[in-house]
Design a protein around this ligand. Sequence first.
Ligand code: AMP
Ligand code: ZN
Length: 464
Amino acid sequence: MKLYNFLSRQIEEFKPIGKTVNLYTCGPTVYDYVHIGNWRTFVFEDILKRVLTFNDYEVKHVMNLTDIDDKIIIKANEKKIPIQEFTEKYAKAFFADLSKLNILPADIYPRATESIDSMVDLIQKLLNKGIAYKGEDGIYFSVEKFPGYGKLSGLDRKNLKRGARVDSDEYDKESWTDFALWKFPPSHKASEGKSLREPSWDAPFGAGRPGWHIECSAMSIAELGDPSIISGRKLENFRTIDIHTGGVDLLFPHHENEIAQSEAATGKKFVNYWMEGEHLLVEGEKMAKRLGNVYTPADIKKKGIDPLALRYLFLSAHYRSKLNFTWESLKAAQNALNNLRGEISNWEVPKIGCAEFEGKFKEAICDDLNMPQALAVMWEMVKSDYPASAKHQSILKMDEVLGLGFPDLKKIELPKGTKELIEKREELRKQSEFEESDKLRKELLEMGVEVEDTAKGPKWRIKK
Ligand code: AMP
Ligand code: ZN
């Protein structure tokens, strides 16, 4: 299978290192409800995992939960509640929405606050190597000391501002400076005016809390770098991770910094394939909490739309293309999904399958996850003259990747008395009694059943 690798900016043949593919996906920062922009990235990652599994790879998937960072501290302080209580509410909501979107759970969800030991080890290693240094308000990574800095984002080293530092977790491409690995509590800080209450952990280099970027380096190394690494302690045993993903906004500085920290500490290549999903937009702008243009799965449900329609909408665009969100497009996705469900509910018991379409489907998904093409192949098959039982068999196979929940579609029962009316109507039609048959169509509609006449006889579906 072929995947686009952001490191080489090319489509490459995917070659895993071992039998099991190690996959690390940057998880949510649990400081608010996860919005559908975030979900677009998480659905892309779910598709990636399903395609790997479809190709008979075993996958070990780790997704972190960022439960400590600048934003969390600010918001928990505003609400005057302990950090853990604050983040737990959103973590719970995240897991509930995950299953509504039919996303397969990761093998491990390490939380940053439970992985501090690994972070401390990693930072200590960087200090020992002289790549990290102590500033007045924290421990910093010296970008100048890592010659490979910029290799993922493709930025020029000329951007480097010698001696400049940022302690903020997020910053733009202009400030290519040393970044904080560890932040001392506010009282240690030279700059006053920061009176936020922050959690703090002991460390040989001074109590404090981690910066955001070190969290992912430490958790991915600890969980995936090598089965023999416990909490990242044997960093020299580190084994390169196969795939690391996130949304494109993480490319810089987050993923660039992850590479710098990890490779400087282990001396080995951190990740082979970097995959970054494009953004969900609203009226041409990135969906983002700070812009106030976000919707959540709960907003979607409030409008009577199935969260799986959102999944369908995401599948209709390639993960490396921007997707502009509109309610109209979501409603169109819901209609398409309803039509598909209607078709399937009329199909006979699955048997044999359509090899031709299954082959084309696999070709599409293995071409850098070309899901719009895969959906087109699926629809071509649905509309084809293959026997319904064969189409049924194939669509269940395809759904292993699409994840639209078709296996869960129980044979939908017709409301009482309607089966007889459908049969009676068909008899009338055969005798060209169209006025009478139209009356029955209306009667059926009132009973919640929509009937469509096709060359192969009447097809029905339950009206939503
Ligand atoms: P966060 O909780 O902000 O750390 O984001 C979680 C994931 O969602 C990251 O992989 C982000 O890159 C991704 N993300 C954030 N905003 C969007 C968006 N508008 N469209 C797609 N992905 C996004
Ligand atoms: Zn991350």
